[in-house]
Design a protein around this ligand. Structure first.
Ligand code: MG
Length: 405
């Protein structure tokens, strides 16, 4: 048997004119919702959440039941905002602790969180934060981009990264809590946690006064410190715990969680459903394909942007491409001169071995013609020479002499 006693209070605060927070607490469930949205829309979102989660969890007091209840609240808020344009953009945080019944019949406390309302454990006078804020500044702290001190004054500390009423896809943090008799759990909206230091929270939440008095002291102190926002507080104290469960911590991630066999209680971080292909995914895929095709076209252009004269098995030929090829784009022969390389001047043969590059096919043809003509000129000079053969004492000597003029 697991039982708790509870006390709860919600207050408009000093600065705000209305209270858009909503709370609920009984023997098996404690809920805080901090609504947002103009024209009282935040109140509507918070009220929808409290009523729906309370009713659904009472029908099905399990981890799955509480999860489905929060999911249903999200869908209902979205549908209400679609039907009532004056409430467009309304949303709410939700933090809940339910005494959930497992398949084995054991009842244990489970925490659910979306947004920046908070849950603390108070044990032996010490305070420990059980939840993680889903705000831009706090996400950055977890990523190491900000220190906790910087986050407290950062302009985006109030900008939520998750809330009910934003989109159909909803990620909910789920933590199986470890509780001992005498432990207290403090649930609150940010109107409390923003006003009071951890030391003050610990001192007031653990004071050995009746729970109701502790709650009232917390609200009064937050108002004393400025009361800039609506203030909601629920304090639970465990009288009896059937079994001290091991706390399963969540992992903060925007990726879909791994598929876990069995109860959701074994999963510390659950997502509403497998992610579908959204326009962002399609746009990303299309952009990647464009970049890929663009890259291939550039490489193709570079690979075939030049010509060179080479030796094709003893014949002078013209190739298009880079001599050694680029990636899988190899050079190919575009013109065969049928002229034997062996008949070129030695210097041209040597130049041919190291390939002669030209920017266009016309230039390559022009140069090939040039080196072939050079060989012809050389031959005509040779043929124009005078050959003299003399035999002295049986030894024949041949002399080649160029004619002049
Ligand atoms: Mg608030």
């Amino acid at each position: 048997m697991t039982r708790w006693r509870y006390a709860a209070a919600t207050d408009t605060g000093v600065v705000r004119e209305t209270n858009q927070d909503a709370i609920f607490a009984d023997d098996i469930l404690a809920l805080v919702a901090d609504g947002m949205g103009g024209h009282a829309a935040g109140e509507v979102a918070a009220a929808i959440t409290i009523e729906l989660v309370r009713d659904e969890f009472h029908k099905r007091p399990t981890v799955e039941g509480l999860y489905m209840a929060i999911e249903a609240a999200n869908r209902t808020i979205l549908a209400d905002a679609r039907d009532n344009s004056e409430r467009f953009g309304m949303g709410t945080t939700v933090i809940a602790v339910g005494l959930t019944r497992g398949n084995d019949g054991v009842v244990s406390p489970t925490l659910f969180n979306v947004g920046d309302s908070r849950a603390y454990q108070v044990r032996d006078g010490a305070l420990r934060l059980l939840s993680e804020d889903h705000s831009v500044a706090e996400e950055w702290v977890r990523m190491g981009r900000l220190t906790p001190e910087e986050a407290k004054v950062h302009p985006r500390r109030h900008q939520l990264t998750r809330a009910l009423g934003i989109e159909e896809e909803l990620e909910i943090d789920v933590v199986s809590l470890n509780a001992l008799p005498g432990d207290r759990i403090l649930l609150c909206s940010d109107g409390l946690s923003n006003e009071l230091s951890n030391e003050t929270l610990a001192q007031l939440a653990s004071s050995p006064t009746p729970l109701k008095d502790s709650v009232d002291h917390l609200v009064a102190e937050a108002n004393q410190c400025g009361g800039h926002d609506n203030i909601s507080v629920i304090l639970l104290e465990f009288d009896e715990v059937s079994v001290a469960t091991t706390e399963i911590k969540r992992t903060v991630s925007t990726r879909p969680p791994p598929v876990v066999q069995g109860s959701l209680a074994t999963s510390s971080h659950v997502s509403k459903r497998p992610r579908r292909f959204t326009w962002r995914v399609w746009a990303g895929t299309a952009l990647f394909a464009l970049v890929l095709v663009g890259g291939v076209l550039v490489v193709h252009w570079y690979a075939y942007s030049t010509y060179y004269i080479g030796n094709d098995a003893g014949t002078m030929a013209i190739y298009q491409g880079q001599p050694n090829g680029v990636l899988w784009f190899k050079p190919h022969k575009v013109f065969d001169t049928t002229f034997p390389v062996a008949q070129l001047l030695p210097s041209d043969q040597k130049a041919l071995d190291s390939t002669i590059s030209e920017p266009t096919l016309a230039d390559a043809l022009k140069y090939a013609t040039h080196i072939r003509n050079m060989w012809r000129v050389h031959q005509s000079v040779l043929h124009a020479a005078t050959t003299t053969t003399t035999t002295i004492n049986g030894v024949t000597t041949t002399t080649v002499k160029k004619t002049t003029g």
